[in-house]
Design a protein. Structure first.
Ligand code: SAM
Length: 219
């Protein structure tokens, strides 16, 4: 780790998009991480609407998402991708039950190899949520990287509807989701008793992100 003080101009450069890209590349020192990042960028072009990002989540964003899920008995990660958030969930929540859901078969396989102790499901988020029947005693928190702003309309509609149904079945459930704009990830249906709360901004991400929570509105 380089602890040398940095000049203001160096700091300013590091927050420019090109500077952030360079930093991200330098941070991905290991060959494996470089491969993962390269593969992600390729997927981001090839399946833009389903991936909806230009780079994997940064460690800071992943950690902020994992912290926002504290208090869960069971965490269900939606759109686990390269496993950046999965790794932070394991770090923060230890051996607590975690299910990682990923629609892309190659990424699901990689997740299984990287996290042999985790229940990885290669399916769509809405299928998973419709079929899940956790014990009534368990507080379930959904931690999602799903790209709601770019999902095709059909996927957007069925995924949002399944999430709302899942959350409404138990007022203790909540969804943790990030966005790349300071506005709510998606609109809930009219008259929904659920409400969005913006938890924090994470500047060290490409691009900067906002962490949101959707759950029962305060009485
Ligand atoms: C923004 S990327 C993943 C970001 C992840 N945090 C990372 O750093 O790798 C979104 C992921 O959601 C997956 N995805 C998109 N739609 C999905 C759906 N309906 N169900 C499950 N996964 C989905 C994509 O295949 C992609 O891996």
């Amino acid at each position: 780790m380089n602890d040398k003080p940095r000049s203001p101009s160096t700091r300013a450069r590091a927050t420019q998009p090109a500077g952030l890209l360079q930093r991200l590349w330098r941070l991905s020192r290991g060959r494996r991480l470089r491969q993962v990042t390269g593969n992600f960028v390729w997927q981001a072009f090839a399946r833009h609407s389903m991936v909806g990002a230009v780079a994997p989540s940064s460690r800071r964003l992943a950690h902020a998402m994992a912290l926002a899920a504290r208090g869960a008995d069971l965490v269900v990660e939606l759109g686990a991708g390269t496993g950046a958030v999965t790794a932070a969930l394991v770090e923060v929540h230890g051996m607590r039950p975690l299910v990682a859901v990923e629609i892309d078969a190659r990424w699901a396989d990689r997740l299984r190899r990287r996290f042999p102790g985790i229940d990885v499901r290669c399916t769509s988020a809405d299928e998973m949520l419709t079929q899940m029947a956790p014990p009534a005693s368990q507080v379930v928190v959904l931690v999602s990287s799903l790209p709601f702003r770019s999902l095709p309309p059909h996927w957007h509609q069925r995924t949002c509807a399944a999430i709302e149904r899942f959350l409404l079945a138990d007022p203790r459930r909540r969804l943790v989701q990030y966005t790349y704009q300071p506005r709510a990830p998606f609109e809930t249906s009219a008259a929904s008793p659920l409400a969005w709360r913006c938890r924090r901004a994470v500047w060290h991400n490409l691009p900067p992100a906002w962490v949101w929570e959707l759950g029962a509105a305060p009485a």
